[in-house]
Design a protein around this ligand. Structure first.
Ligand code: PLP
Length: 229
């Protein structure tokens, strides 16, 4: 736990160095601390070190943490696979959802958010073509984005992706570049998408070089997770 503050600082330095290498303002990349499987105490330590935005994958686990940490006024992002029966809880408790990948889920989130400020959403795109991965296929992302952008209680911010794990930086960058090109294509059609949620502990530099505006980092801040997830 004592290392969380130092690890956060080190990640901040990696982000700033990558942004500078890309000729970008380091302030244009936000750090989302992915706290799934880690304790309330770990989140509290990160918050004490100045971290405000946290990502969670499991609804029940997240709701318990949010309740215990409600005194901190943190920003919560849902980044995991989302089932229909969890959309109400997610719309009621989270500020952002990065993993919307079909219209039915988007419609349910929007309906459950009525009467409150819009839920900030990204569409998850399967940029690597792996059958096991969640996310809309790139060919279908434009149509889905245009439909989601019309829902009254959501604000479509951009796209999220999780490429296949690989040491091939050229391949990785091509996955991230595809996400950027999708966003640019939608913006050319009149949408105003400002978010590319891409890059994790092992690949945030490549993502920032391709335009990431949110990097989602767990291991490099909190340490290794016990279960692989
Ligand atoms: C767990 C997770 C992360 C964080 O991954 P690390 O490799 O631990 O940084 C980022 N994004 C998503 C969607 C995740 O599920």
């Amino acid at each position: 736990m004592a290392t969380i503050s130092a690890d956060l600082q080190a990640v901040g330095q990696r982000i700033a160095a990558a942004a500078r290498a890309a000729g970008r303002d380091p302030g244009s990349v936000r750090l989302l601390a992915v706290s799934k499987t880690f304790s309330e105490a770990a989140v509290r330590a990160a918050a004490a070190a100045g971290q405000r935005a946290f990502g969670e994958n499991y609804v029940q686990e997240a709701l318990a943490k949010m309740a215990a940490l409600s005194d901190l006024g943190l920003e919560w992002h849902f980044i995991g696979p989302l089932q229909s029966n969890k959309t109400r809880a997610v719309a009621e408790h989270f500020d952002w959802v990065h993993s919307v990948d079909r219209m039915k889920i988007a419609e349910r989130l929007s309906a459950a958010r009525a009467g409150r400020p819009p839920l900030q959403v990204c569409l998850q795109v399967n940029t690597s073509g792996e059958a096991s991965k969640g996310g809309v296929q790139p060919e279908e992302a434009v149509e889905l984005a245009r439909a989601v952008a019309r829902l009254p209680h959501l604000r479509l911010r951009g796209f999220m992706t999780i490429p296949e794990p690989t040491r091939d930086v050229t391949l990785l960058r091509s996955r991230f570049r595809l996400l950027r090109e999708l966003r640019d294509a939608l913006n050319a059609r009149g949408l105003e998408l400002d978010t590319l949620s891409m890059g994790m502990s092992d690949d945030l530099e490549a993502a920032i070089l391709e335009g990431a505006t949110i990097v989602r980092v767990g291991t490099a801040i909190f340490g290794a997770r016990k279960r692989s997830q």
